[in-house]
Design a protein around this ligand. Structure first.
Ligand code: 3SL
Ligand code: MG
Length: 232
């Protein structure tokens, strides 16, 4: 078993994704939202790239529209990209159509992979248990921020790798996977995430509670999976 890491949605090498087991990470905040929504009873999440696409799907039947542009709620949508909005009251038994700047793009760009798992800090241990059971080579795809490397996703990759090695120290790591693990070990309290540009953007918007929520380890023990256009 070998682990590799890709550093942003714009750095996804399609050839390296096809037929592989992928973990997509966008802890701030798309994959934290998806994990929270599914954990709170959401029937399915449909990730789309464009706002128009989301609105068109919403016209077909009852659903919730969620997501962001520039970290802010989209006009006409029900929810923003704050995981705290996706409570049981709001999402239980509903379909969620979601479009975000980086996270949903990263998920869609992994189409063609054998397995696409949704990971975040809040379900990292569950993700590591799941991939250990699959016994496959893994590519951890960081959504990153607008095509750039993002510290938050990289540290989460390091933590997932740490959890995997804890169970199976023989797992092979690429140089970038070793680096993610090394960086995580320098900041096991996750304080280095505060240096991330996107962390500061969310903080400036006054969304400190989102940051506190997304930076918790292992509070959820499910792993959403993207299959045929739907996350369940
Ligand atoms: O990157 C994304 O897809 C979003 O999660 C970004 S934001 O945190 O909602 O601004
Ligand atoms: Mg992000």
């Amino acid at each position: 078993m070998k682990i590799d890491v890709m550093i942003s949605a714009d750095h996804i090498n399609k050839e390296e994704v096809i037929g592989k087991t992928i973990v997509v990470i966008d802890i701030l905040r798309a994959t934290s939202v998806i994990t929270t929504a599914i954990n709170n009873g959401c029937k399915e999440v449909i990730p789309v790239i464009e706002i128009e696409e989301a609105l068109a799907i919403a016209n077909e039947g009852e659903c919730i529209l969620g997501g962001e542009r520039k970290a802010l709620k989209i006009d006409g949508f029900n929810c923003s990209n704050s995981p705290l909005e996706y409570t049981q009251d709001i999402v239980n038994n509903k379909r969620l159509i979601m479009t975000t700047s980086n996270g949903t793009k990263a998920i869609k760009r992994c189409e063609g992979a054998k397995n696409i798992l949704i990971g975040a800090m809040i379900n990292a241990k569950a993700v590591s248990d799941k991939v250990l059971n699959l016994e496959e080579d893994i590519v951890i795809v960081n959504a990153g921020t607008y095509g750039q490397f993002s510290i938050d996703d990289f540290i989460c990759s390091g933590y997932i790798i740490h959890c995997i090695l804890d169970q199976n120290p023989k797992v092979e790591l690429t140089d970038i996977a070793k680096t993610a693990l090394f960086i995580y070990k320098q900041s096991t309290d996750l304080s280095f995430i505060k240096e991330a540009t996107h962390y500061n953007r969310i903080e400036e918007l006054g969304l400190l509670k989102d940051l506190e929520y997304c930076c918790q380890k292992d509070i959820i023990d499910i792993v959403p999976e993207y299959i045929d256009g739907r996350i369940k």
